[in-house]
Design a protein around this ligand. Structure first.
Ligand SMILES: Nc1ncnc2c1ncn2[C@@H]1O[C@H](COP(=O)(O)OP(=O)(O)OP(=O)(O)O)[C@@H](O)[C@H]1O
Length: 227
């Protein structure tokens, strides 16, 4: 049996099928990410990176092919089962933080835990520990607008890891930060991922950051190759 946390088998995605503007974005993707492996996804703009991450993270379904999370077939699950697998097993980080503006940093990390059934006190304690780990505990009561860009992304990392997912998916997680902050914040993320033993697929245009990961893959013309 494979120890893969994420497996994509022959995944295709076609938009506007059968119409003149049909786009075959993914043309048969095979990808396996094993436990604890951190993989960089490098892709030119428009190559289908977001589509691939959304399919891997169960936010979208492939036109054909299979998605397995921790060995479990996801493609044929109903919406409800897929939603609960996503909530329990996958953490997302986007280029922009997407934190809830009305809530404090702590609340942004606690809320997904409450939604997953963690008792309040345990959730708050975990939020506090995560915020300390990434160096923003002193900003715990602040709302996102009161945080710097780097701090916002650090809180977003905590939120993504709040429910102890098996897989982390990140789309240019430090892409909106200046190069120096990006480098520092990215190091925090990589350290956190490695400490947690989490598997991760992290899209980046930055080849220096990509080189810090275990493996680099390139998405081009709808197919994956080793970078
Ligand atoms: N819902 C949709 N309907 C039709 N076409 C779409 C849809 N979503 C994406 N596309 C097209 O599929 C292609 C890949 O889109 P995707 O968002 O996955 O690219 P990307 O690699 O993430 O790009 P970028 O790096 O610029 O964000 C693009 O040509 C886009 O126009």
């Amino acid at each position: 049996m494979s120890d893969a946390v994420l497996e994509l088998k022959g995944v295709t995605k076609t938009y506007n099928a059968g119409q003149p503007n049909q786009i075959d974005v993914l043309r048969g993707i095979d990808l396996s990410i094993s436990a604890g492996e951190v993989v960089a996804l490098v892709a030119p703009s428009g190559a289908g990176k977001s589509t691939l991450l959304h399919i891997a993270g169960l936010l979208d379904t492939p036109t054909s092919g299979d998605v397995l999370l921790a060995g479990r077939e996801m493609t044929r699950l109903n919406d409800r089962a897929r939603t609960s697998a996503r909530r329990d097993d996958v953490g997302f980080i986007y280029q922009f933080h997407h934190l809830l503006p009305e809530f404090s940093a702590t609340e942004n990390v606690t809320l997904p835990q409450l939604a997953a059934g963690t008792p309040r006190r345990a959730a708050d304690a975990r939020s506090q520990a995560l915020l300390e780990r990434v160096g923003v505990a002193h900003r715990a009561a602040h709302r996102p607008a009161e945080l710097s860009g780097g701090e916002q992304q650090r809180v977003a990392f905590c939120r993504a890891l709040a429910n102890q997912p098996k897989l982390l998916l990140a789309d240019e997680p430090t892409g909106n930060l200046d190069p120096e902050t990006s480098e520092r914040v990215f190091s925090t993320l990589l350290d956190l991922v490695r400490e947690t033993g989490l598997s991760a697929l992290i899209a980046t245009h930055n080849l220096e950051l990509a080189a810090k990961m275990d493996r680099q893959i390139r998405l081009d013309a709808g197919a994956l190759r080793n970078a």
